[in-house]
Design a protein around this ligand. Structure first.
Ligand code: AKG
Ligand code: FE2
Length: 401
């Protein structure tokens, strides 16, 4: 592979830059190159560039540099494979036209029934909410954010020890985009995904620079997770979180560390494309940069989820939508790419056990409600999700009757 290091903008990159000029209708038309370049003019641009898209894929995906590595070469134009179809792009001017906002719920309110009601209402109307005063200390949150930066700041030789090909555990995966081999257009995001099996497994295989912080973050969040699930369960006539319900609602957990580096043409791509999560519940810690947008069920508008210091963003996932027979909503969301800031987020995906059979809960259909979902093995559902590119809310159709 060739990476020009001398600061010369190659001809094909120059063509790419010209081709990327946005037009009013949102399409990208070729612009005539201006007059002849004077000798030496190309040396004015100091950057590292690639001469064709296959080299980008080699560098980003196969060599494990990720989009962070690509961003740090100083690349000036978005490579072709990251250009999303027009309708998938999230252009700021279209998303800021709404004054809708997802609820922010204070979990320290002494009137617990009010907290429970606010949470269940939000789960039904929005599928998304933020919680403050949730009982997880700021230090735990700060530590896992710092650990996320530490991991992504490792040299590529270190990070690439955790790629699909090289990782010593299938539960630890460093990757980029969502599913690069299944996607027509890639997403501007790198991630480290840590599936929790046991403390011993984690301490053996999770990267040293972040394992204690990621484990602590997951463990310290569990009390809040259980509380949220108790509230949501009670409202569905689930009396208590016994062993069966625990394994359905929170039988397995995955912590992801997400990194969204500065993007040269943020309007042309996405950090994460439209999707709903396959979890029962997702607990998300985001930094102060912003960029997560949620589709309002009421209006269809894309609504920004503003960073609230010390908060968690909570969302209902597909598994909970299925278990609740559609009462709680797993809602589409996506993340904007950013032209001036790097962003991190740290979701915990709280999932059923992989071998669990999920379908509408008996407590829900007991009262005569028609089930709208069939029973599916959770691992089959997850496999189906990862086999294809992000495609909005379509995954849940897999379980529709
Ligand atoms: O980074 C974010 O804000 C959201 C990420 C997300 O939606 C996901 O990882 O499923
Ligand atoms: Fe998500």
């Amino acid at each position: 592979m060739h990476v020009a290091t001398g600061g010369v903008l190659s001809v094909s990159t120059a063509t790419l830059l010209l081709r990327m000029t946005p037009w009013e209708d949102g399409t990208f038309k070729e612009k005539k190159k201006g007059g002849k370049k004077k000798h030496g003019e190309s040396h004015k641009v100091s950057t590292t560039q690639f001469s064709d898209p296959a080299e980008v894929t080699e560098f980003v995906v196969n060599q494990g540099n990720g989009v962070k590595g690509l961003s740090e070469t100083g690349i000036k134009a978005l490579p072709d494979q990251y250009i999303q179809p027009f309708e998938e792009r999230l252009i700021n001017k279209f998303v800021n036209e709404t004054d809708e906002a997802i609820p922010v719920i204070d979990m320290s309110n002494p009137d617990e029934s009010k907290v429970a009601k606010a949470i269940c209402d939000a789960a039904e109307k929005w599928g998304f909410f933020q919680v403050i005063n949730h009982g997880v200390s700021l230090a735990v949150l700060d530590n896992v954010k710092a650990a996320t930066h530490r991991f992504f700041n490792l040299p590529v030789e270190e990070k690439s020890k955790y790629t699909k090909e090289k990782s010593l555990s299938t539960n630890v995966r460093f990757g980029t985009s969502f599913s690069p081999r299944a996607e027509k257009a890639l997403e501007w995001k790198d991630y480290l995904s840590l599936f929790f099996v046991s403390e011993t497994e984690a301490s053996q295989f999770w990267p040293d620079v972040c394992k204690n912080e990621a484990l602590d973050y997951m463990n310290k969040s569990t009390t809040m997770v259980r509380k949220l699930l108790e509230y949501l369960g009670k409202n569905l006539n689930v009396k208590e979180l016994d062993e069966t319900k625990e394994s359905l609602f929170m039988g397995s957990m995955r912590v992801n560390l997400n990194y969204y580096p500065i993007c040269p043409n943020p309007d042309l791509t996405v950090g994460v494309g439209r999707h709903s999560d396959v979890s029962s519940l997702t607990i998300l810690l985001q930094d102060q940069i912003g960029g997560l947008h949620v589709r309002s069920l009421a209006s269809g508008n894309w609504v920004h989820v503003p960073p609230v210091p010390g908060s968690f963003v909570i969302n209902i996932g597909d598994a909970m939508q299925i278990l609740s027979n559609g009462r709680y909503k797993s809602v589409e969301h996506r993340v904007l790419a950013n032209g001036s800031n790097n962003r991190i987020s740290v979701p915990i995906f709280v999932n059923p056990k992989p071998e669990s059979v999920i379908g509408p809960l008996p407590e829900v259909i007991e009262n005569g409600e028609e089930p709208i979902y069939r029973d599916v093995v959770y691992s089959d559902y997850v496999r189906y999700f990862f086999k294809k590119a992000h495609d909005g809310k379509k995954t849940v159709d897999f379980a529709k009757i």
